[in-house]
Write a protein that binds this ligand. Structure first.
Ligand SMILES: [Zn+2]
Length: 423
């Protein structure tokens, strides 16, 4: 009996992440999804039946977006544990930061299967969280930015196949969600909204790029902080969501926008991600939107990576906010707490719009990424033309929030199981 995503946010996971690695020197070498799932369970944020296992997507299901030759090349690479020169050149397998590793086909196919399952589970509404997905750079016929298969695109296509025709994709990963935007460039049924560091790999997503009217891009400067994200949330993301009145929302919240992540120069704390998750999963919208999630983007350097691992568990907690009730709302400051700098009119999503019932799918990115640790690093310093929004301030508030977040994480570290020792 599949769980009812309308009653409680469903969590989709897989044991395949526990034993899988991109390689010891790869930026995504550290375990992220397995530790996130373990921590979620240790904190008691799972229903008694636990998380729902993600099925591996079949080649036929993947062919909804990906070229059959590319799918076959991924399977071949997994079987032989190598990629020949032709596959490296044509499909970027084993090249451009996309290594051949033990589960180079089965792991991304499982992430894709999780997103396809999420689409099915939200056919009648509800919320699903997939900490193993979010590979938004994947292309139909090649790997890109550590992303082999584009599970967000496959999930969005599954929603379209269910008959939805008004979907909002929100991407707050540090990198532009280029693969998703390009996949729906000419499709008015999917609107993509990306907040990312300007001038950062893949060097797309300028503010003027609107993908034929179906996208908005909000490049932000290095040092982009919590109060600025709060400002964007209430001045741009939520107004767009209100205007579009989507039947479904997918949120990709890669953790590489967190402060001190080596793959970006942004300075968000977990609070910023929780704020976006909470706003988009708000009850009025949740009742008629679909959702899916992906996992932690923990690419931080060693002293910081424990915090990255905790982003997705805390996203799960945020999604359970209705269960935590007022306690969580008191802990998580709203727009008024920005000292007026990020206060915006119309901060709440209002019901209305299309009649089709659905659920809000929240999609977080465990991995997306740039092609290597140094990709775009120099260019990012210039800001890439990104403008700091008027009315948003740097400094004080975010530093205070980050201190509170650090204290909270320190408390959690004392309660969480060591990596690899989860239930
Ligand atoms: Zn990223």
């Amino acid at each position: 009996m599949p769980p009812d995503a309308r009653l409680r946010p469903v969590l989709i996971g897989s044991e395949i992440y526990r034993r899988s690695s991109y390689g010891p020197k790869h930026p995504l070498a550290i375990p992220r999804v397995s530790t996130a799932l373990d921590l979620i369970e240790a904190m008691g944020w799972l229903p008694p039946e636990g998380w729902v296992p993600a099925p591996m997507a079949s080649p036929a299901e993947l062919a909804r977006f990906h070229h059959p030759d590319y799918i076959a090349a991924l399977q071949r690479a997994e079987a032989t544990q190598q990629a020949d020169a032709a596959d490296r050149a044509r499909f970027h397998i084993g090249a451009h930061g996309n290594p051949v590793y033990r589960e180079v086909f089965s792991r991304p196919a499982t992430s894709a299967g999780g997103c396809l399952l999420a689409a099915r589970l939200t056919a009648a509404g509800g919320i699903v969280h997939c900490p193993g997905g979010g590979t938004h750079h994947g292309r139909p016929d090649r790997a890109s930015g550590f992303c082999y298969l584009n599970d967000p695109v496959l999930g969005l296509l599954a929603w379209l196949d269910q008959g939805l025709d008004a979907i909002l994709y929100v991407d707050i990963d540090a990198h532009h969600g280029d693969g998703v935007q390009d996949a729906f460039h000419d499709d008015p049924r999917v609107f993509t909204l990306s907040v990312h560091e300007g001038g950062r790999w893949p060097f797309t997503g300028a503010a003027t790029d609107r993908a034929g009217g179906h996208a908005r891009n909000l490049p932000v400067p290095p040092g982009f902080n919590d109060s600025e994200m709060l400002w964007l949330l209430h001045q741009a993301i939520l107004p767009i969501a209100r205007h579009l009145r989507p039947q479904a929302i997918m949120l990709q919240c890669g953790a590489d926008a967190l402060e001190e992540d080596p793959l970006s120069r942004l300075a968000l704390s977990n609070n910023a991600h929780w704020g976006v998750v909470r706003a988009l999963a708000a009850r009025p919208l949740q009742q008629r939107a679909l959702g899916r999630g992906a996992g932690p983007d923990g690419r931080g350097a060693a002293p910081r990576r424990a915090g990255r691992r905790r982003l997705q568990p805390l996203v799960r907690r945020t999604l359970l906010g209705r269960d935590l009730g007022g306690a969580q709302r008191r802990r998580d400051p709203g727009p008024g707490d920005a000292g007026g700098r990020a206060r915006a009119a119309g901060a709440e999503l209002r019901p209305g719009g299309r009649a089709r019932p659905a659920g809000t799918l929240v999609h977080h990115a465990p991995r997306c990424a740039a092609s290597g640790r140094g990709a775009g690093g120099g260019a990012a310093r210039g800001g890439g033309g990104a403008a700091r929004p008027a009315g948003a301030a740097r400094g004080g508030l975010t530093r205070g929030r980050n201190r509170r977040g650090a204290r909270r994480l320190r408390r959690m570290r004392g309660r969480a199981p060591p990596p690899g020792e989860g239930p």
